[in-house]
Design a protein around this ligand. Sequence first.
Ligand SMILES: Cc1cc2nc3c(=O)[nH]c(=O)nc-3n(C[C@H](O)[C@H](O)[C@H](O)COP(=O)(O)OP(=O)(O)OC[C@H]3O[C@@H](n4cnc5c(N)ncnc54)[C@H](O)[C@@H]3O)c2cc1C
Length: 433
Amino acid sequence: MRFVIIGNGVAGATAALALRARDPDASITMISGESDYFFSRTALMYAYLDRMTLRDLEPYERQVWTSQRIERVRGWVRDLHAPSKTLTLDSSVQIGYDKLLIATGSVARDLPWVGWERAKRGLVHFVTLADLERCEQQTRRGGKAVVVGGGLIGVELVECLIHHGMQVTFLVREPWYWPAALGGEEGLMISDHIRRHGVTLLLEETVNEVECSGDGHVQAVITDSGRRYDCELLGVTAGVKPAAGWLAATQTPPRTARGILTDAAFRTSLPDVWAAGDCAEIEIPGAAPLVEQIWYSAKRQGEQAALSMLGDPVDYRPPIFFNSSKFFDIEFTTVGRVNDAPAGSRQFYWRAPEREASIRIVEAAGAVIGFNMLGSRWEHTILERWISERRPMEYVMPRLREAQFDVEFGRLDLAPALEKFLSRGPEPEGAKR
Ligand SMILES: Cc1cc2nc3c(=O)[nH]c(=O)nc-3n(C[C@H](O)[C@H](O)[C@H](O)COP(=O)(O)OP(=O)(O)OC[C@H]3O[C@@H](n4cnc5c(N)ncnc54)[C@H](O)[C@@H]3O)c2cc1C
């Protein structure tokens, strides 16, 4: 049996190891255009901050791939011919498969600004190793940078540029930073924090034009409000989309929509072809098509897709959502449903006095469904357990300390939060902004 995997990210690498764990004799090949070895994309910023080397970003010792007999091929797959079960690389090398997993991840979203096509230098994304290299080449102490797009990747890029001494203007289209995940109060707290690090953060600014010099070097962006922001480096971090577009140029592309369409067992429309991770769009009966673009989901999907390729019955259901990250120095843990809470839900919000920390807990139909915890560390498995046990807020509030994880910097004192809860209780959804 020859298993071939396109992509050596967390979905592809996890699938390769899961296949080997079950099938000691199969041939397993992992192809990647980006890198020779699996690396942690989530840690890209630590390489830019010079806190880690590129080698440090690799979660496994390199000899693992040899000892596990997982062949690594470097190259971009340009063609897929399903009837002959053949892939063609950009080098024209052909690779046959019996079963194929496509785990090609995400690509940065481009923006339809006036002048976009003229920008040849100075415009960077922050998704790939090649992006990191471009960023490093264009970073200049004292130089002016503009970063557009107020999500997680944007704030990471901003932090790196500030660290390297650039003057950074951060343009966010929304009324507060990252409304997809944060309520208005948290957005305000994070905005203040970002500004305190020397960033010019401007809200409700939508870029519509990029100006370049004659040789295509970015010089400025112009917003809807007519303002012009000079820059020699323009970071565009307006989200990512599944890396499925390349399939359109192949002889036999699988069915795609936002991503590569699969069923709940990660099977695509092509025989013996599966897809998993950021590039997959999973059609689960009775639910909206699912594109999950986060690390733990890609890992879980890679594992489950491998089981499906081995013939196990797989019926994927997304687990309770969890993510953690940080905005400069403020840690962030989110679990369950917060900003997409159903109508009629209630929520409790508390901001710690004299500390950049807050908690937001959402309850619907008498059970907690989501947590947004900022500025302290939380054990997400406990928060997940309370959600799955359908505990009411009255149960969770006095026990919150059990889920705190903050040994390094001292725990957040939760007594005032409980006091506020006991005296005022939760508020109806909608009061949060
Ligand atoms: C800067 C940054 C920070 C992030 N931070 C977080 C975070 O804090 N928390 C979180 O949960 N998630 C975070 N993410 C998202 C997370 O990294 C992704 O969800 C995850 O890496 C997806 O894994 P994947 O295996 O599906 O794809 P990827 O890691 O993107 O791997 C896809 C691989 O496929 C290869 N490939 C693509 N097309 C081809 C082709 N045609 N031929 C050959 N090879 C191909 C690429 O070379 C790449 O190596 C972050 C992402 C970025 C960019």
